[in-house]
Ligand binder design. Structure first.
Ligand SMILES: [Zn+2]
Length: 503
């Protein structure tokens, strides 16, 4: 084994090779969680190195110094660190960051009447959308989320739409900005589609890509808006199309069966169906046949009660998302951990209910890791995202593996999935560039951005405080009836449990 000091010397001083690549970086000496295309398994490399040239990984080596190093390479000492791909979040609404902590005990019915895109427009200027989206993406980057499929339903006007798109481009994250086509008072879906065309011709190539979100599939397939969205998606070969599917009594069934019937599921466009709560066996089979994916948002589906009773049966076509990050964790690490343990719990229960003892564990940490990384890339039909292999994008996390929580690890995948927290993420690299370094976001005047964000947040939060909470009565959107849910009590006595909300 070569000592790192020698390796650094070789790399930085002995210019052994002739190529000169501006910005090349050598991550030397860490434990790398790479991917092996042949075995289709994660591959752990101890005391290896990873060379970044431009926006991509050019080599992954078993030794601290690879055979070929460009002149002028920046050597980053990763001794004691774990190096993983960045996390891929396939469902989020970045514009909602200003609502932070307001929805801690909210239900989905309350959310829809108080915080959703269908009611929130009067609270937001385009500047509010910009700063809320920007702060939200920084929050995600800080937590190691390097790719986001943003279901951007703040597209109430041209100005609001552009503000969210600009924030995404300015953030430095890899954002699939799914412009949402929805009914807005003064901005029709047909106008939104024209606007999308304009933007598509002007958005520069970079880390942000223009996609489509649409939730209006239900209803008449001859509806001119739906027909226009299908036409646009197919003709423009959009890089991502996403929709909410919340079934059961929620009755918002933009499911695989419907998209297949409309002729869009079996296309070369990557389609991500978020939640896919209560997906059917037929729907799952259609996803396999067409190679389309769902985005499970574990914490959201538990927090609001969408639930996900069958999602564990289609994990081969699944990825992970966060959803409304103002109500709970912003990071995919937490989602992966929640999903792993709740899936274990669900499947153990089947044995225990039959008075049997589980003889094996139903889901591994490696599977949780792949869901959080590679499967997200596959959902976007981007096999170059969410993995560490040569020629994939250099979206990388460097973990401080000597942190109090991780110290003592042998398996780096377990260390990350079950013992780490996002504070252990030392560095975040997207497209070959540092976005977080030595524990701090690499953002010019971040303090100024924080202040600007807080001005928007405090104003919007104050307005919401003046609006009384909706009282659920009768039926949810005219469909199924509301029903009381048992409230637990952490103190003895009557009515001591729920307590005030400190907003
Ligand atoms: Zn959502």
């Amino acid at each position: 084994m070569m000592k790192l000091s020698t390796a650094v010397y070789n790399a930085a001083v002995v210019l052994r090779h002739a190529t000169f690549v501006i910005g090349a970086k050598l991550l030397a000496g860490g434990t790398i969680v790479a991917f092996d295309d042949e075995t289709q398994q994660l591959r752990v490399i101890r005391e290896g190195s990873l060379l970044i040239e431009g926006d991509s990984i050019s080599s992954v080596s078993d030794s601290i110094v690879p055979d070929t190093i460009p002149i002028g390479v920046e050597v980053i000492n990763c001794t004691g660190n774990i190096i993983t791909p960045g996390f891929v979040d396939t469902h989020r609404h970045g514009w909602q960051t200003v609502f932070k902590t307001l929805g801690s005990n909210t239900t989905l019915a309350e959310y829809l009447k108080r915080y959703s895109a269908s009611v929130a427009q009067p609270l937001f200027t385009p500047d509010d959308v910009y700063i809320s989206q920007l702060a939200g993406i920084y929050e995600a980057l800080n937590a190691g989320v390097t790719t986001i499929l943003d279901h951007a339903h703040h597209t109430w006007t041209r100005e609001h739409a552009i503000a969210g798109l600009n924030a995404s481009m300015d953030s430095g994250g890899r954002v699939f900005f799914a412009y949402t086509f929805q009914n807005s008072p003064d901005f029709s879906i047909q106008d939104q589609i024209m606007h999308w065309h304009e933007l598509a011709s002007t958005v520069p190539s970079g880390l942000t890509t223009l996609g489509i979100a649409y939730d209006g599939w239900i209803g008449d397939p001859q509806d001119p808006d739906t027909a226009a969205v299908v036409k646009l998606a197919l003709e423009s070969k959009v890089e991502a199309l996403t929709t909410h599917d919340v079934e059961g009594p929620w009755s918002s069934s933009n499911n695989p069966e419907l998209l297949h019937w409309l002729g869009i599921l079996n296309s070369s466009i990557p389609i991500v169906i978020s939640h896919a709560s209560q997906i059917s066996a037929r729907g799952a089979e259609l996803l396999r046949q067409t190679n389309q994916h769902i985005s499970i948002t574990p914490e959201s589906e538990m927090h609001y009660g969408h639930l996900h009773p069958t999602s564990h049966l289609i994990l081969d076509q699944a990825s992970l998302g966060v959803d409304t990050h103002f109500t709970f964790s912003t990071d995919i690490l937490t989602q992966a951990r929640l999903w792993l343990q709740s899936t274990r719990s669900r499947l153990y229960k089947a044995a225990i209910d039959n008075w049997q003892i589980p003889a094996n564990s139903p889901m591994s940490v490696n599977q949780a890791f792949l869901l959080a990384t590679r499967n997200g890339g596959l959902a976007l039909e981007r096999p170059d995202l969410g993995v560490i292999t040569p020629d994939t994008k250099a979206d990388i996390l460097i973990w401080d593996a000597r942190s109090p929580g991780m110290l003592g690890w042998v398996d780096p995948i377990s260390a990350v999935i079950l013992h780490a927290n996002v504070g252990d993420i030392k560095d975040v690299i997207v497209g070959g560039e540092f976005k977080k370094r030595d524990g701090k976001l690499v953002v010019e005047d971040y303090a100024g951005i924080q202040d600007r964000f807080l001005q928007s947040a405090r104003r919007i939060q104050a307005k919401l405080k003046d609006i009384p909470l909706p009282v659920p009565e009768g039926r949810f959107m005219g469909g199924y009836p509301y029903a009381p849910v048992l409230e637990v009590d952490v103190q003895r006595g009557e009515g001591t449990g729920y307590g005030p909300i400190y907003v």
